[in-house]
Design a protein around this ligand. Structure first.
Ligand code: AMP
Length: 274
């Protein structure tokens, strides 16, 4: 496994792969890797001859400086994780490498003012800006994103359709713990008590969804969702939205439940299929 920190050397290896017509799968991450990331890597191995993982905690997508500082970082473990998952190249650039003087900042224009975009202003501008850089540097055949970050997945899908016609996006289902919570780098920030509370919250949510009549529309379902979450101490959103266009209209059967809640200062997001 190669660990490469600069674009110049990365291109030497990627060009050698491309000369041999190897197909390249790419997984962008912010590190603190877990089996959710692992499932994206495995999917890439199934589809491609070479797999590259980038590890870059992108300051531009943190609308809160403290959140950026507190984001879990564990580079030694990440190297081992990638080695165990037979990754070919880790690309671990510095901020200067990604954001050279000539980089282009772009504004996100997709799925705006809802869900995480409403509560983390500027977050998706940072996401599309870094992905625009990374996709341009790596020029892989395929790129892998988790359904765990569903709004991000939809935004990336639009970005790729509009600007990267040669890149194929592959969505990967959310990997969960036995108790049903989505694996996330941020889970490592939870205390034992917070984790136990989060697990019982998730069980309640799963029960709430299972008891709903699937024939009702989203307006009615969202009244029930509002009722359910009311007692809950801190959340940004907890609502059903249409899976394809993320709107609040249509039938419950075509939707997912999206939430962002807090345990202490840790913000946790998930989306659940019906
Ligand atoms: P992150 O390092 O959090 O930026 O995530 C990198 C990629 O891994 C994103 O495409 C995420 O959606 C994906 N991902 C994170 N957690 C999971 C999970 N539990 N299951 C599947 N994919 C995930």
């Amino acid at each position: 496994m190669l660990i490469i920190k600069d674009i110049y050397n990365l291109h030497i290896y990627l060009n050698a792969y491309k000369d041999k017509r190897y197909s390249i799968g790419y997984i962008p991450t912010m590190g603190a890797l877990h089996e959710g990331h692992g499932s994206l890597i495995e999917k890439s191995h199934n589809d491609n001859q070479k797999t590259i993982v980038s590890i870059f905690v992108n300051e531009k997508q943190f609308n809160d400086a403290q959140d950026f500082e507190a984001y879990p970082r564990n580079i030694g473990d990440d190297y081992n994780f990638c080695e165990n998952h037979k990754v070919d190249i880790i690309f671990q650039p510095s901020t200067e490498e990604i954001y050279s003087k000539k980089h282009k900042s772009i504004k996100n224009s997709y799925f705006q003012n809802i869900l995480c975009d409403q509560y983390r202003p500027g977050h998706f501008d940072g996401v599309v800006t870094v992905l625009n850089q990374l996709f341009g540097i790596i020029e892989s055949d395929k790129v892998y994103f988790g359904e765990k970050d569903f709004q991000q997945l939809r935004i990336v899908e639009s970005l790729i359709n509009d600007h990267f016609p040669n890149l194929k996006l592959v969505p990967v289902p959310t990997v969960r713990s036995n108790e049903g919570i989505a694996l996330s780098s941020r889970n490592s920030k939870l205390s034992k008590k917070q984790m136990a509370d989060f697990i019982s919250f998730q069980k309640e949510v799963i029960k709430f969804i299972s008891l709903l009549n699937k024939k009702i529309d989203l307006t009615e379902a969202n009244k029930k969702a509002e009722e359910f979450i009311k007692a809950y101490e801190k959340f940004d959103y907890f609502e059903f939205r249409n899976t394809s266009n993320l709107s609040l209209e249509g039938s419950l059967a075509d939707s997912r439940l999206f939430y962002a809640i807090y345990k202490g200062s840790v913000r946790l997001i998930d989306n659940l299929e019906l």
